[in-house]
Design a protein around this ligand. Structure first.
Ligand SMILES: [Zn+2]
Length: 90
């Protein structure tokens, strides 16, 4: 379960091995999900409680880094509505 890395600067996804800094994004996926960006810049941040809780690999959609393990545990138990309500401070 606790196989997340805490490296601040991941260069490669520990799950699928994709180069997180330089890999080209497949065109179709890019247009659907990343606003037409041509390369992965970084893992995707999961933003909640006014901070980035964790990062997800843009290639395999696996969690590659957890920054706030306690908040991340809470987040994982939340419903989609709760997540939306807590996405930003009000
Ligand atoms: Zn991956």
């Amino acid at each position: 379960m606790c196989d997340y890395t805490n490296n601040d600067d991941l260069e490669y996804c520990p799950k699928c091995g994709v180069d997180l800094k330089h890999s080209p994004i497949p065109r179709k996926k890019s247009l659907e999900m990343y606003g037409g960006a041509s390369h992965f810049k970084r893992e995707i941040g999961i933003y909640c409680f006014d901070r980035t809780l964790a990062y997800v690999c843009p290639n395999c959609d696996k969690v590659v880094q957890v920054r706030y393990p306690e908040l991340w545990k809470i987040y994982q138990k939340m419903t989609d509505d709760e997540r939306a309500a807590n996405a930003y401070w009000r």
